[in-house]
Design a protein around this ligand. Sequence first.
Ligand code: SF4
Ligand code: SF4
Length: 315
Amino acid sequence: MSLSRREFVKLCSAGVAGLGISQIYHPGILHAMTEGAKKAPVIWVQGQGCTGCSVSLLNAVHPRIKEILLDVISLEFHPTVMASEGEMALEHMYAIAEKFKGNFFLLVEGAIPTAKEGRYCIVGETLDAKGHHHEVTMAELIRDLAPKSLATVGIGTCSAYGGIPAAAGNVTEAKSLKDFFAAEKIDKLLVNVPGCPPHPDWMVGTLVAAWSHVLNPKEHPLPELDDNGRPMLFFGDNIHETCPYLDKYDASDFAPTFTKPGCKAELGCKGPSTYADCAKRRWNNGINWCVENAVCIGCVEPDFPDGKSPFYVAE
Ligand code: SF4
Ligand code: SF4
């Protein structure tokens, strides 16, 4: 099978999101997509998070991470997987941001702490103009890089909506990208790919769709976003409405325990108030998804985790 870039994006966006990247991928697709085209320059930074989003990306199956790195993106900076470190890595990141000014994707994993001038999250060290040691905060990094990016992408619920770092208590005054942009008056296209963590297809698919738009805006309109900045391509479905156990729900036939197959409504499932294509796409190469042996805890929603807590009590 060989698909053109146009056919690929059309397939992803034509309501077959459940048969998205994992199921329809063939090496020919990415080659067709990237043939003659530059790879998308990407800078990936990490703030207040658990690195689970990075781990999820590394678990990508179709395409595998190797193909993503060789065929889809040019990953210029990533604190977890890059070989370089320290001053050299930071200098490279700043140099790339200048070289590709207005033409790179800034991917942000983790929330941005703003209390104590952002000092709860130090992401690197530099020397200032006088040669004095300077600690670079996550807030400073976003303030510096986001305006230079082509678009900034909130990877995971922490950067998209604040997530766990911004949950009740929030002594670090953690902010989502949207709130940080508003406070700092940063006017830049912001796309959210939430999830705790996000599915690898959601991350790669969003980048592919956005980069295809950059390469050929006429043929590939920017993917439609919902009111929370999420691509409808992956977050347009209601979990409950697409769940294979909807019939059981309608018949009030509820599973008594997590490990029994069936509707988990009485165990606290938050599927009815959650929008993502997990039920159709499934996880771990399509083997399973949350509802098979637990519940949906609404991890992609702006009110996660406080609004979805307690996780194991019905709404
Ligand atoms: S398991 Fe959850 S999402 Fe599925 S039908 Fe029951 S309540 Fe809805
Ligand atoms: S099923 Fe629910 S909790 Fe699980 S990944 Fe999807 S949105 Fe998140």
